[in-house]
Write a protein that binds this ligand. Structure first.
Ligand SMILES: [Zn+2]
Ligand SMILES: [Zn+2]
Ligand SMILES: [Zn+2]
Ligand SMILES: [Zn+2]
Ligand SMILES: [Zn+2]
Length: 633
């Protein structure tokens, strides 16, 4: 990381994957003595990095354009150069991501003087290029000699994603001006204690003082000024201003920043999407042909030779699909909202005929099919010997994480002032296992649980959760549907099965569960019979794969693993508490029989924040009718 003018010094280093997804653009990054804010893309540069190549993934780029705008032409890795360890002042030291100190209010650790950097009372010092983390500010006009000044750790934020300095002078003077000075001197006394903030702000000139607790919670809403709509990463204020109440946030709080990312596996086009691609390619010829002419065209038009594997009906349907799409696109924008990066992946994994392997993607199915003891558990098992996942950062939120299914709901903030020509991305290579329960089993189970009390409670909790989470926004939304984007019972069963397997794999095979990822392919409105899970390794910044994960799909291993996962699922050491749990009013958590002991995985692994999990929907605990697998092998 490199601080920008007026300092432009190196202040620390962060792994490139971190820079995007754990603390990317506009995130606050904690350094030992102060914190910095990562600036917007307008200030990033790949200069000095002649080898910085865009990451190719057309399917992802298309969706990024759909979300961010057509201006985006490339997916780029973060500016990063190896070699800093060997040569601290070499070329690598001039490459980095620009940051700015934020908050810019500091407190002297010797005399408690509180002031903003632009008041000039604090000076910056970073004398050792090899130790950028020793960069620090000190109180220049202190009685003591250059005592350390640390960031005053309070900031304001809001659900529109704004971030601002804490208005110390306004706060201590209760919204009025100081009666004694135009630029009053302030002090911050930190009385410590772990039970919330106990920090007193004092005006040296007039003697007013106030505890920071009065800026918290409900009281805070009355005592704080309106949100100014500030986006410090872009150095702008929102021209529309802001209608949200600002909230006090302490630097380091985990809800200060959430990445909004898109991820795609590099999959070859197959099935319907392959046909669509062919139709698009030969549109000039196919468009004008009535379906009755197709048999003739197969004999006479070269383009039709590439359509051998599809029937006349399939081609006619694909032509209609494309006509609809073109008609819809006539209005300008493509349909916004749900971004479907998963369907092409599902089509490839579930296809009868697996695609030819390439460098990014190779699948294999055991010739003997699903091992005999597991035929009641899985309808299909596919080994993914090679996978490549590309992730792009397209925005961020504060206070609430972006809702994966409901992109409109939480306001996503842009990464750049102007329309960006690129967004940060990273690629990871790995391997995985794709598992699909028998579809008839899933259908029968869906019927069994449809009217169950347990499922009803999950659905009610979901509605409650949405209402609570978006309580400050519902008023401005005329058509709030509390059940919108409910993932469905099938999702809960698949998701729970995925977690059970991930936990067993990490126990048995020594994978840290954080190095595993999951993708749940569950039913959609268009495709009610979708149902599979992919468990895969995706470790950023690591070369190649960890090896071994695909071997878990070999018959013996898979039998042992699955048996253990399902057997373990029947008990949790916090039963009966865990086994009996259902989300009941007024609680609005979104899991049933699930907890840290039996089912949760690390947040980097789970695609849904450990929500929508319940062991009772997979194995019999209590009522066996609720279980997808009433009999465990
Ligand atoms: Zn001092
Ligand atoms: Zn005062
Ligand atoms: Zn705001
Ligand atoms: Zn449990
Ligand atoms: Zn999960």
């Amino acid at each position: 990381m490199a601080e920008t003018a007026p300092f432009r010094r190196r202040v620390g280093s962060v792994r490139p994957s971190h820079l995007m997804f754990t603390s990317g653009v506009a995130a606050l990054v904690d350094l030992p003595n102060f914190s910095v804010l990562i600036k917007g893309l307008d200030d990033w540069s790949h200069r000095g990095l002649p080898d910085a190549m865009p990451i190719a993934e057309p399917r992802l780029l298309e969706e990024v354009q759909r979300s961010v705008g057509k201006s985006v032409q490339k997916l780029m890795p973060a500016p990063w150069m190896e070699g800093l360890d060997q040569d601290a002042t070499g070329p690598a030291s001039r490459v980095g991501v620009p940051v700015v100190p934020f908050p810019s209010w500091f407190r002297c650790t010797a005399c408690n003087e509180l002031g903003a950097l632009d008041s000039g009372i604090f000076k910056f010092e970073n004398s050792k290029p090899r130790k950028p983390h020793e960069a620090r500010f000190f109180h220049d006009r202190c009685k003591r000699n250059k005592p350390l000044a640390v960031a005053a750790r309070f900031v304001l934020t809001c659900t529109n994603g704004h971030l601002d300095e804490f208005p110390y002078s306004h706060f201590v003077h209760r919204g009025e001006a100081c009666t004694k000075a135009t630029h009053p001197r302030l002090r911050m006394e930190d009385h410590g204690g772990n039970l919330g903030a106990n920090v007193n702000i004092k005006c040296v000139n007039c003697g007013e003082h106030r505890n920071i607790r009065q800026a918290q919670g409900r009281r805070g809403e009355e005592n704080l000024p309106r949100c100014r709509g500030r986006h410090p990463h872009l150095a702008v204020f929102d021209p529309q201003g802001c209608d949200r109440a600002p909230k006090l946030l302490v630097v380091g709080a985990s809800n200060q920043w959430f990445a909004k990312t898109l991820s795609a596996l590099a999959v070859p086009r197959s099935g319907a999407s392959a046909l669509d691609a062919k139709i698009e390619q030969h549109w000039g010829i196919i468009e004008s042909l009535p379906p009755a002419m197709y048999p003739w065209a197969r004999e006479n038009a070269p383009a039709f030779r590439e359509l051998d594997q599809w029937s006349d009906e399939e081609i006619a349907e694909a032509v209609e699909r494309r006509k609809d799409k073109l008609a819809g696109a006539g209005g300008g924008e493509r349909p916004s909202g749900h971004i479907d990066l998963r369907t092409p992946e599902w089509e490839v994994f579930s296809a009868q005929r697996l695609p030819d392997p390439d460098l990014d993607f190779a699948l294999r199915r055991d010739i003997d099919g699903v091992p005999e003891p597991l035929t009641g558990i899985y309808g299909d098992v596919v080994q993914a010997e090679r996978l490549r996942e590309v992730r792009a950062l397209i925005g961020f939120t504060r206070l609430d994480a972006p809702d994966p299914e409901d992109p409109e709901l939480v306001r996503i903030v842009q990464l750049a002032r102007d329309r960006p020509t690129w967004v940060p991305a990273s690629e990871v290579r790995g391997e995985g296992i794709f598992l699909r329960p028998p579809e008839d089993l899933l259908i029968a189970w869906e019927k069994r649980v449809a009217d169950s009390e347990a499922l009803r409670l999950h659905q009610e909790a979901y509605a409650r959760h949405r209402k609570n989470r978006y309580s400050d926004r519902i008023a401005t939304m005329s058509d709030f549907d509390p059940m919108a984007h409910w993932p469905g019972a099938r999702f809960i069963a698949l998701h729970t099965l995925s977690h059970l397997l991930i936990r067993t794999i990490s126990l048995e095979c020594g994978y840290s569960s954080a190095s595993l990822s999951e993708r749940i392919y569950s039913s959609t409105d268009d495709d009610p019979h979708r149902g599979g899970i992919l468990i895969y390794t995706a470790v950023p910044d690591a070369e190649g794969t960890l090896g071994g994960l695909v071997s878990l799909a070999e018959p013996d291993q898979l039998v042992r693993l699955t048996r253990r996962a399902l057997a373990d699922a029947r008990h949790c050491s916090s039963d009966p508490l865990c086994a009996d749990r259902l989300p009941q009013a007024p609680a609005d958590f979104l899991h049933g029989a699930a907890c840290h002991i039996c089912l949760f995985v690390s947040e980097t692994t789970c695609e849904r924040g450990n929500k929508f999990l319940d062991r009772r929907f997979v194995v019999p605990i209590g009522d066996p009718d609720l279980a997808l697998y009433p009999e465990v092998p």
